[in-house]
Design a binder for this molecule. Structure first.
Ligand code: 9D3
Length: 259
């Protein structure tokens, strides 16, 4: 799939796209990321992309014209790529995503939906106080936030989404099972992990992990997941209950522990 990113800082993306297990997905174009520098779509000699807000107040607003010209260039490039691939108008229109503190929080379910899509998305990274609302009303189909804390722009959220999608692509993780076991895929937090040395600074590892009893190890890990989720994220445990993700054995254990 293809992601077009509209940003004032395209150079912020390049190093991240060349790093780690996700690099394969980006370099092979399995996840095709096209970066569009908004300053290239400014019209005057100063390459201005922002201006003061009508009505006064702090900060600056991203101008509508550079945004609309960039978006038009993206749509034209996507149409040209579809024709080159001899699949004009079979590709659905991509969602136009704005990263914004006022958006809905990103979830693993939304990430999975992107990873299964063919059209990908157009990602718009805001800076300053935000975009001219007329652009948002006309073009944005969805607003996404990373959570209730304040960043300086939408670039890190866009990279976060790209990373979360790329690691789900077939062949990106060495171990196919590790994303089925992800926290949030089964609705629970992960269990603790241990490796060599067996004793470190006098501290051993839980003896069950050294026992070789696979069924006992699986039960211990599930207990750890359930108790960690109950203590740290009771909201996730309730959701897992409601969605029927807990087995009768899980429910028996939780009631034994008074959770
Ligand atoms: C005083 C109002 N501020 C909103 C909390 C203004 C404002 C702050 C920071 C407007 C934009 C930004 C830049 N943030 C993002 O673009 C952003 C973001 C974030 O700050 N937190 C969590 N998710 C996201 S997604 C995009």
């Amino acid at each position: 799939m293809r992601f077009d990113v509209l940003t004032l800082f395209p150079e912020l993306f390049e190093p991240s796209l060349r790093l780690g297990v996700t690099r394969r997905a980006f370099e092979s174009r399995q996840v095709d990321v096209q970066l569009w520098g908004l300053r290239d779509f400014a019209d005057n000699a100063y390459r201005r992309v922002d201006d003061r807000p009508f009505g006064g107040g702090p900060g600056m607003v991203m101008l509508i014209d550079p945004l609309e010209r960039a978006l038009a260039a993206v749509h034209a490039a996507r149409a040209a790529a579809d024709i080159a691939a001899a699949s004009p108008s079979t590709t659905p229109q991509p969602p136009v995503i704005l990263f914004s503190p006022a958006g809905r929080p990103l979830t693993q379910a939304r990430v999975q939906a992107f990873s299964r899509s063919t059209e990908g998305a157009i990602l718009i990274c805001g800076r300053y106080e935000g975009l001219d609302q007329r652009f948002v009303d006309r073009h944005v189909t969805e607003e996404i936030s990373l959570g209730d804390f304040v960043l300086s722009g939408g670039e890190l959220p866009a990279l976060t989404l790209l990373d979360a999608v790329a690691r789900l692509m077939p062949g990106v993780l060495n171990d196919e099972k590790s994303h089925q076991q992800d926290s949030f895929s089964d609705g629970l937090l992960d269990c603790p992990h241990y490796s060599r040395p067996e004793v470190h600074a006098g501290e051993g590892v839980p003896s069950v992990l050294m026992s070789g009893h696979h069924a006992e190890i699986a039960r211990w890990r599930r207990e750890q997941q359930l108790t960690a989720t109950a203590r740290r994220r009771p909201d996730l445990l309730e959701k897992a209950r409601r969605e029927g993700l807990l087995s009768r054995q899980d429910l028996r254990l939780l009631s034994k522990l008074g959770l």
